[in-house]
Structures are given as structure tokens and as C-alpha cells.
Design a protein around this ligand. Structure first.
Ligand code: LLP
Length: 427
């Protein structure tokens, strides 16, 4: 069920009208629905429970990069979520939000010495290591600190996720992970390093996957490796399948999370029963988009309408700096007028004020709108605010979270002076 819907012709987030939100907080503003977040996280948590898993046998590690607002992280942490991070900054956010560092896994191809030290000092659950060079560095850093670093190797299973090339990560030509054929050797090396403790295996093949078949294929490939490693006496405690389940932007029909998890757990149960005498393995997930994507919209106001011979433009006060996805991936986002109107519509490109032709949010949409009207850019909860920038010295949008008929400001709108506060003049 969508938590963004029309009531008496006005678009609401839960029981709160977006018109009221714009009046109170201005625009552009990211608006999130708490109920949607809870529902989306529960889809994972409940599917784990229904497949007889507790935290020791299944852990959902929300992917912080998709939406890292402290209120979002805090809410998920209170529901029992772990976190998948890709920087020291994200770790500090998780801690500031009250998240448990011992439920944090650290992915990413370029971890620095400082980031490793920070993560080790907080005793995170696992480093998802992406190369043998990283393994050596981690061994050294952990040794200097008198610690042992728990690691998983991110294996590249060479499975085609059939998604946008920019967000596909599990093929041989991608920069991510260790080649499947080199994984055994890398594990053998890891097992000899004194300050490394081998605990898991992971992969992440891509994002916005509508079908779970590529994920289940990747799982098969990981299973083969886990068995080979067990034969050599390297026993893994967890298997992390990554994130990637897609959401509906337009007419997309993604697999239901419950169905995917049920199929995945069934495969794992069968495998453990056959080749490991039923001994459990902890399964981890790193979902981002499927938890926050449809839990947020970007609220914006029409500044000008410009009618031309070949195109009409609706120039709005949100831009590519607020929502990069259309400019970067030609991503499609729905555009809904906040107040429904019966007048005939025209076809518009919805564009921002930034000085780039790539600054568009939606193309060729039938809209019945006037200057001053409010629009909601839909499905903007994931990779919206986190990818925003200050290009053109534009202040970043405010963020609010709706809970029924209450609205909480969870990030103030930046002011222009915030934007140059760290800069200084020459002496
Ligand atoms: N784990 C790892 C290692 C990842 O790299 C990602 C996303 C995730 C988990 C979460 O994937 P999700 O469940 O959200 O699909 N900016 C792009 C998406 C980039 C995804 C990067 N990695 C977009 O706006 O579509």
C-alpha cells in the first residue's frame, strides 16, 4: 500500500497534506513516510521470522548510502537493523543515530588507513574486503592496534543482473569484488594472515533488480565456494547476498521481498541439510532502495511555465543538485500535482534552475499546472538526498518525516552561509 495518496484532491503523506508541509517548511523538501519505512523494513524482518530465522541466522544490514538521515537510521536501528556502510563518515552517522557498530558491515573498494582504524576501534561486525591489497593493509592496521579484523571477501560471481549498466556491479568488467576464479587463492592467503579472522563471504551484483533469478544464481555460486573452502578447513560463519531488490518507479513489477527471501532460505536450508548436516549459516542482506525508495517524495514548486514552439518547460525550484538520478542515469520518476486539477493538461519537461541542459527531473509529462503549483517527484526516498550537492551554491533541501498527522523536521534547509562557512579569504 502506498502511503502517498490523494484525499479530497490533495496529495497526502499518510494523514498530512503536502500543501500544509510546503506552507510550514517551504520547498524543495524531501518528505518521508514513517509508516512506509516501517512496512518496508518489516517485509524483510517478517520474511526472516517466517523462515525460522532469528538475528543469529539472518541479519538485515540496511545500506546507509541510499538514505543516511539520522532519523531514518535511528528508526531502522530501533527495529533491529544492522547497517552496510561504505565510509568512515557513514559509520559515524550510524553511531550518532544510536545504531550498534557491532551490527555494521563495511563495504567499498577504497577503505583508507583511518577508516580501518575507526572501524576496528568500534569493533564492527565485518569488513567486506574487495581486493588482496586491501587484505594486506587491513592485516597491518589491525596488527598495529593489537586486534584481529573479521573479514568477508566480496566475490564477484560474474552474474548479469540485467539492470542499468551504471548500477550493475557483479560482472567481470566492474571494479568491485574479487574475481570468482581468484577467490579461493585469496581466501587461502587471508587464512594465513595473523591479524585477520575469516568469517564470511559476500557479493552485491547490482541495484534495481526486478527479478530474483540473478540473485539466486549468485547464491549458487557463493555456495559452491563455501563448500570448497570447507573442504580445506576454512569454515565460514556467514553468507551475505548484498542488496539490489528494485522498486516500482513507473510500471516496474519487482519481485516481492517475502517471495525472494523464502526462495533464498529454501535453497540454503536444502544445501545445509545435504552438505553440512544441517549446521546453520548466518545470512545477511544489504537492502537500500527497497526500504527507502518508495517511502519518500521530493516536494517542489513551479516557478515558471515556459511555452515554446517545440517544447514546454515547467521550471521548478528543485534541480539536479537535489535529485541527481534523472541527469545521471536518465532515471524515470513519477510527477504528481499536489492539488489535482480538472483543466486540460499540456506536455511539459520538468526542469530545474541549474545552468546545465542535463538539469531535468522528468520529460514529456502531461500536467495541468500553473505557476505556484506544487508537484511531488515520486519514489525519491533512495539515492535522492544522499546524492545531492550544492552545485550553483544551492542550499540542500529540508527533510521531514511524516508520522500519521504529525510532521517532524529531520534536517533543516541549509542557508547560504552554511555553504561557505568552511571557506576563507587569502590573508
Ligand atoms: N550493498 C552494496 C555493496 C552496494 O554497493 C549497494 C548499492 C547496496 C548494498 C544497496 O543496493 P540497493 O538495495 O539499494 O539496490 N545511485 C544509484 C544506485 C547505486 C547503488 C550502489 N550500491 C541509483 O540512484 O539508482
Amino acid at each position: 500500500m502506498s502511503h502517498f495518496h490523494y484525499k479530497n484532491g490533495v496529495l497526502h503523506a499518510e494523514n498530512t497534506s503536502l500543501t500544509d508541509i510546503a506552507q510550514q517548511f517551504g520547498s524543495p523538501t524531501y518528505v518521508y513516510s514513517k509508516a512506509a519505512l516501517v512496512e518496508n523494513f518489516s517485509a524483510y524482518a517478517n520474511a526472516c521470522k517466517e523462515n525460522r530465522r532469528d538475528e543469529t541466522t539472518a541479519l538485515v544490514c540496511y545500506s546507509v548510502k541510499s538514505n543516511s538521515n539520522l532519523a531514518v537510521l535511528n528508526l531502522l536501528s530501533r527495529m533491529g537493523s544492522g547497517f552496510d556502510i561504505v565510509s568512515g563518515g557513514e559509520l559515524l552517522r550510524v553511531i550518532a543515530a544510536g545504531g550498534d557498530p557491532r551490527k555494521v558491515i563495511f563495504s567499498g573498494v577504497g577503505k583508507t588507513h583511518e577508516e580501518m582504524r575507526l572501524a576496528l576501534s568500534h569493533d564492527i561486525l565485518c569488513f567486506n574486503v574487495e581486493s588482496t591489497a586491501e587484505l594486506d593493509r587491513l592485516n597491518e592496521v589491525a596488527g598495529d592496534m593489537g586486534k584481529q579484523a573479521p573479514i568477508s571477501l566480496r566475490v564477484n560471481p560474474n552474474v548479469d543482473p540485467k539492470t542499468h549498466p551504471y548500477i550493475s556491479t557483479g560482472l567481470k568488467e566492474n571494479k568491485f569484488g574479487i574475481d570468482y576464479d581468484e577467490a579461493l587463492t585469496a581466501y587461502r592467503e587471508a587464512a594465513t594472515l595473523p591479524n585477520i579472522r575469516v568469517v564470511g563471504i559476500d557479493c552485491h551484483i547490482g541495484s534495481q533488480l526486478l527479478d530474483d533469478a540473478p540473485l539466486l544464481e549468485a547464491l549458487d555460486r557463493l555456495i559452491e565456494l563455501v563448500d570448497r573452502l570447507a573442504q580445506e578447513g576454512i569454515r565460514l560463519h556467514h553468507l551475505d547476498i548484498g542488496g539490489g531488490i528494485g522498486i516500482t518507479y513507473d510500471k516496474d513489477k519487482p519481485v516481492a521481498v517475502a517471495d525472494y527471501l523464502t526462495r533464498l532460505f529454501a535453497k540454503i536450508d536444502k544445501w545445509r541439510l545435504m552438505s553440512h548436516k544441517g549446521a546453520p549459516i548466518q545470512v545477511m542482506f544489504e537492502p537500500g532502495r527497497s526500504i527507502v525508495g518508495n517511502a519518500g517524495v521530493l516536494l517542489t514548486e513551479v516557478e515558471y511555465l515556459k511555452h515554446g514552439a517545440v517544447k514546454n518547460f515547467a521550471i521548478v525550484n528543485a534541480a539536479m543538485n537535489d535529485l541527481m538520478r534523472p541527469a545521471m542515469y536518465e532515471a524515470w520518476h513519477g510527477v504528481q500535482p499536489v492539488v489535482q486539477c480538472a483543466t486540460p493538461s499540456k506536455i511539459y519537461d520538468v526542469v530545474g534552475p541549474v545552468c546545465e541542459s542535463g538539469d531535468w527531473l522528468a520529460r514529456e509529462r502531461a500536467l495541468a499546472i500553473q505557476q505556484g503549483d506544487l508537484l511531488a517527484i515520486m519514489s525519491a526516498g533512495a539515492y535522492g538526498m544522499t546524492m545531492s550537492s550544492n552545485y550553483n551554491t544551492r542550499s540542500r533541501a529540508a527533510e521531514v518525516m511524516v508520522d500519521g498527522d504529525k510532521v517532524h523536521l529531520i534536517r533543516k534547509r541549509e542557508t547560504a552561509s552554511d555553504l561557505f562557512a568552511l571557506e576563507s579569504l587569502l590573508p
